[in-house]
Design a protein around this ligand. Sequence first.
Ligand code: URA
Length: 240
Amino acid sequence: MEQQRLDKIIASTGKWSRREAKELARLGLVTVDGRAVCSVEEKFDPEAARIFVNGEALFYRRYTWIMLNKPAGYLSATEDGRGKTVLDLLPRELRRQELFPVGRLDKDTEGLLLLTNEGGLAHALLSPKRHVDKVYYVRTVGRLTEEDRRAFAAGMSLEDGLQCLPAGLEILAAGEESEAQVTLREGKFHQVKRMLAARGKPVTYLERIKMGNLPLDRGLSRGAFRFLTEEEIAELRVLV
Ligand code: URA
């Protein structure tokens, strides 16, 4: 692989900033192939070099995969002239990595959002042909019923022209306000809201809780993120 500056390689892990990398190297705490490297301007092949930072082996990944617990109020976009985007929730080192959201959540939707710079796998996961399940927790105005569940399961045709694949509606609580879990095998614009509005049960709250076999990590507070593990990334690959 092409050689890169040592501080860039270290910062790409998201664990240390470039400034911290420089300071650690100055203190002799960064070694490459057994040699202490004091200047982070030196370049190495990140896939071939054995790098230790502060005694910890650096595990270089060509691509970054992040799970974010998206809060309401942020756009699933990489830039927006007016509002905050989900990238504003990441540290500067990660913002430099050309990450983009894997699919979109509405501005007011919360929960699981993946971000990556691995275009191939991201696009495969989003492809309409793959039917990767997305699971949402939803609250609605009005009582959800067995009829609603059957309409979802049959595949709804909306008046606005949207033809939906069969979807899951598991009713968790039914009353003046209802709660449910919705499982979609596709991801059309505002789809959950449109399907429930068509049933006369407008959505008051929406949270994505699962994508494929990857559940939202409940250890992440709203607005927090973590890197996906190697196993989690491998499971995403299996889906496509
Ligand atoms: N469906 C919606 O209506 N909004 C989302 O953000 C995701 C799915």
